[in-house]
Design a protein around this ligand. Structure first.
Ligand code: AMP
Ligand code: MG
Length: 480
């Protein structure tokens, strides 16, 4: 039976300057390594058909399915603070959009699918298989953690090699997203003074993501709200995105572009893993401030649509960005109060959480395990000096005593604090094994990460263990 995908490609109907039509470039010997059955089901796709030679051909970019209108999207972006007026999909192809079983519009994109008009000069449009598997594992973990994110439908090995620091096996990821519209998409048209395309992109974005938003300012406010919440959620699980460039910030509020991202083991606010982030620009605790900067870029790109008088528009946009700081603080406080089992926020709660984090940093406590152990009463064991925790715990207990609904604390704590996250060393082990043709390590990890809030069964308990000294991963790579 032929594989039917009911495409409805709204982006391809926008003015042609927003993209370049481009089919994926076929690969030599595709092999399906990972397929996300749950996501396939959500999308209304038949898993058996996806696994068939015809399905594999589509997931590899060797065949374009009926109804697809493959294209590379144009976008610009500030990368590490410097503006690049032309980035765009240099190694990704949007096949098209489908309406999922919940009625939500989802992009289906191939990443690592060959050269496009936007490819970085001298590059290959491809992705190393290791990076593909990494994105699969981490994005699906994010999803299970309840954090808005692009998803991974499939990982395919291409049977070809890509030249990076060495010759590496190549891969293609099928990425599914609410959309791939980025802050940088707006910057692309603002930078060239193309107000018409900018307006078309704004109208499309509002209709698609924020149907209640009123004009550019309403849109800006809505994006700010989603992004502030998203970054608070990242902080709540110890996630460091690693490359918060404006081209990697989706206006939908989904986490996108899993390059050198990583989860912290031992808590330290200055943690950086990315091998290219020499200044610590995108360190764990700097993410809210970087987001503010990115949102200011969005505000500035939207200015031409805000009408006259220019000063009034500028002031309104500035005010929206300034309100962000309060919103971010509130989201952070709400996220961490939840992690402490608190239901009704009080003024001192943010300080209580900040105090715990400070002690964790000073005492080398593991981020995930300390919070999880609040539920089991074993958190003090995570501290070099357990007394540092005991002092804090007294304050916490005093605060908990004021909770209106004290019952269910343990369940609440477990629901807010995962037992398992994709620790770097486990992700690396899964990738290393996959490179040797053994996918069992990855599938075991993916299986455990799909249920992060339950108690880990005995046979998966090793996945919660922080890395030993010799397992510790110091640096992560973009893998582009
Ligand atoms: P990223 O660092 O993944 O956010 O990508 C930044 C820009 O470089 C985007 O325009 C990408 O499409 C482009 N790019 C990254 N890797 C490649 C590659 N292997 N081939 C072509 N273009 C790439
Ligand atoms: Mg990017």
């Amino acid at each position: 039976m032929e594989l039917e995908i009911a495409f409805d490609n709204s982006y391809a109907r926008l003015p042609g300057r927003l993209f370049m039509r481009q089919a994926p470039v076929p690969v030599r010997a595709p092999e399906l390594l990972l397929l996300n059955l749950g996501l396939a089901e959500e999308l209304g796709l038949d898993a058996t058909q996806l696994k068939s030679p015809e399905g594999l051909g589509i997931l590899a970019g060797n065949a374009v399915p009926k109804g697809a209108e493959p294209l590379a999207q144009a976008y610009a972006g500030h990368q590490f603070g410097g503006f690049s007026p032309v980035l765009g999909d240099g190694r990704a192809i949007l096949l098209g959009e489908v309406i999922d079983r919940q009625g939500a519009r989802r992009d289906i994109q191939l990443k690592g699918s060959g050269l496009t008009a936007f490819s970085r000069p001298g590059s290959d449009g491809r992705a190393p298989l290791g990076a593909v598997i990494r994105e699969f594992i981490i994005s699906e973990a994010m999803y299970a953690l309840g954090i808005p994110t692009t998803r991974s439908l499939a990982a395919v090995a291409t049977g070809e090699h890509v030249r990076r620091e060495a010759m590496l096996p190549g891969g293609v990821l099928t990425r599914v997203a609410a959309s791939h519209i980025r802050v940088g998409s707006f910057q692309f048209f603002a930078a060239r003074g193309d107000t018409e395309a900018l307006q078309a992109l704004l109208d499309h974005s509002i209709e698609r993501h924020f149907p209640d938003a009123d004009g550019p300012l309403g849109f800006l406010d809505a994006v700010i709200a989603r992004q502030a919440k998203l970054v608070a959620q990242w902080l709540g699980v110890g996630f460091i995105h690693g490359v918060m460039n404006t081209d990697n910030i989706a206006i939908s509020g989904e986490t996108i572009d899993f390059g050198p991202c990583a989860f912290m083991d031992v808590f330290h606010p200055g943690t950086v893993f990315s091998s290219i982030d020499h200044q610590g620009r995108y360190a764990y605790m700097r993410q809210p401030e970087i987001l503010a900067w990115n949102l200011a870029q969005l505000a500035s790109a939207l200015l031409p649509l805000m009408g006259e008088p220019e000063d009034a528009a500028l002031e309104a946009a500035q005010a929206a960005v300034e309100r962000y700081a309060d919103r971010m603080r509130a989201e952070w406080a709400a996220e961490f109060a939840r992690k402490l089992g608190l239901q009704k926020l009080e003024d001192g709660d943010a300080n209580l959480a900040a105090d715990l984090l400070e002690r964790m940093a000073a005492e080398g406590a593991d981020f995930t395990n300390t919070f999880r152990a609040l539920a089991t009463g074993r958190a003090r064991d995570e501290f070099t000096d357990p007394l540092a925790f005991d002092q804090w715990e007294e304050n916490w207990r005093a605060r908990l005593a004021r909770e209106p609904e004290p019952e269910g604390l343990t369940a609440r704590l477990k629901q807010a604090n995962p037992a398992v996250i994709p620790r770097n060393h486990r992700v690396e082990q899964a990738i290393a094994a996959a490179m040797q043709g053994d996918l069992s390590v990855a599938t075991r990890l993916i299986g455990a990460l799909a249920r992060p809030f339950g108690d880990l069964p005995e046979d998966l308990a090793d996945l919660a263990r922080p890395p030993l000294e010799n397992e510790r991963v110091q640096r992560t790579f973009c893998g582009t």
